[in-house]
Design a protein around this ligand. Structure first.
Ligand code: PEP
Length: 253
């Protein structure tokens, strides 16, 4: 059985003390969520140590939002995978569309980052997804397939045990426009077929594929009911503990 996961991407929001309070609120309510649903939060780098103090040793996993593409040295402003591990992270998000769009993150660079993260023992939440222009041109399957091939085909079936894929159509992120359950499901099923073609059916069946893009308590149930949607990567709604927990309670367990 593949894992169901709801992960909160806090992006560049909250001060350290607000982040600690948010983590405490999520932890407090986490017992409302069925045990088989994995919960992960991804605060900004500055919050990782204090938030690890709140969620360390609990069911809530701690994720970074990015990592450096080098292990150490003269890379001012960067944060390495070993730093993330030592801060208490078990996961890192990689390839978020905001990183691709605003910081020039390429698939090539992502191969390096995924490699370093896996070697350090971090699980990777790899984001893929088409933009509006690509969707309107009917290229969404092609774009997402290429992102999966360009990054994940550099890895082994064994590595894939530590990789979670997040399908996040860029036109749905932070816009209030959610992909319909059918639109999301057809891409998730496509991702699973692409993974099966490379790594075999068993690996593809075990891979958790999350949906992200204006997911909220009011639409999570419909999305999570789809066969190939195994949870969500949540942006805006992860900043309110009640909404994040309500989304995590939306599975039919
Ligand atoms: C995200 O950026 O990962 C995301 C899904 O954001 P939102 O839920 O705010 O659309």
């Amino acid at each position: 059985m593949r894992r169901k996961i709801v992960a909160g991407n806090w992006k560049m929001n909250t001060t350290v003390s607000e982040g600690v309070e948010l983590a405490k609120a999520v932890l407090e309510k986490s017992n409302e969520v069925p045990a088989e649903v994995g919960l992960v939060i991804a605060p900004p780098f500055t919050h990782l140590c204090p938030v690890a103090g709140v969620v360390g040793g609990t069911r809530i996993g701690l994720s970074a939002q990015n990592c450096a593409d080098h292990t150490k040295g003269a890379y001012t402003g960067e944060v390495s995978v070993d730093m993330l591990k030592s801060a208490g992270c078990g996961y890192t998000i990689l390839g978020h569309s905001e990183r691709r769009q605003y910081y020039g993150e390429t698939d090539e660079k992502l191969v390096e980052k995924v490699k370093l993260a896996l070697e350090a023992g971090l699980e990777v939440i790899l984001c893929v997804g088409e933009n509006l222009e690509q969707r309107e041109a009917g290229k969404h399957f092609e774009v997402v397939t290429a992102q999966i091939e360009n990054v994940l085909f550099a890895f082994s079936a064994e590595d894939m045990k530590k990789v979670i894929v997040a399908y996040e159509p860029v036109w749905a992120i932070g816009t209030g426009k959610t992909a319909t359950a059918e639109q999301a499901e057809e891409i998730h099923a496509c991702i699973r077929r692409v993974l099966a073609g490379k790594f075999g059916k068993a690996v593809a069946e075990e891979t958790t594929i999350l949906y992200g893009g204006s997911c909220k308590p009011s639409n999570a149930k419909e999305l999570f009911a789809e066969e190939d949607i195994d949870g969500g990567l949540i942006g805006g709604a992860a900043l309110k503990a009640d909404d994040f927990i309500a989304i995590a309670k939306s599975f039919e367990c």
